[in-house]
Design a protein around this ligand. Structure first.
Ligand SMILES: [Zn+2]
Length: 151
């Protein structure tokens, strides 16, 4: 019985990881934890993954005044404020190309499937601890989660 339960959790976890690397998961449906060393997505098999966070749906007037949304990696002011906001996505995109929907009120005016977005300056500072290497940053999820929340 326990074995079956473990298998199910393992399966669900790999499914969720697939979703994170594919279209992402809406931040209001994801149970994210925002720490100094990353934004964490807890998996049902007790594993943990780091995710990126960005605003995937943006109002046209904001897009024109504030410009393109930035991608967040850890606890900056923006991610602390928006880690459960419905317009934000938790996602893993190593090539930093993202979906972006531009809205006027409730109507989608335009969208990009493959838009290159820049890292938030506050968040990108953290990469200096990982040899400026995103892969390395993501690989240290388990260790960093412990440093951020368990010690
Ligand atoms: Zn940020």
């Amino acid at each position: 019985m326990l074995q079956l339960y473990k298998q199910k959790n393992f399966h669900l976890s790999s499914k969720l990881l697939e979703m994170l690397k594919d279209g992402g998961i809406k931040a209001n449906f994801a149970d994210l934890q925002v720490g100094n060393r990353g934004i964490y997505f807890l998996l049902p098999n007790a594993g943990v993954s780091k995710v990126m966070l960005y605003q995937a749906q943006i109002q046209e007037y904001l897009f024109h005044t504030k410009g393109e949304p930035l991608v967040h990696l850890c606890s900056c002011d923006e991610s602390k404020k928006n880690f459960n906001h419905k317009d934000f996505l938790a996602i893993i995109k190593m090539d930093l190309r993202f979906f972006l929907g531009i809205y006027s009120h409730k109507i989608e005016r335009k969208f990009f499937n493959d838009k290159p977005l820049r890292l938030c300056p506050q968040c990108s500072e953290i990469l200096s601890h990982y040899q400026e290497n995103l892969e390395l940053f993501f690989k240290s999820a388990e260790k960093d989660y412990h440093l951020d929340f368990k010690d």
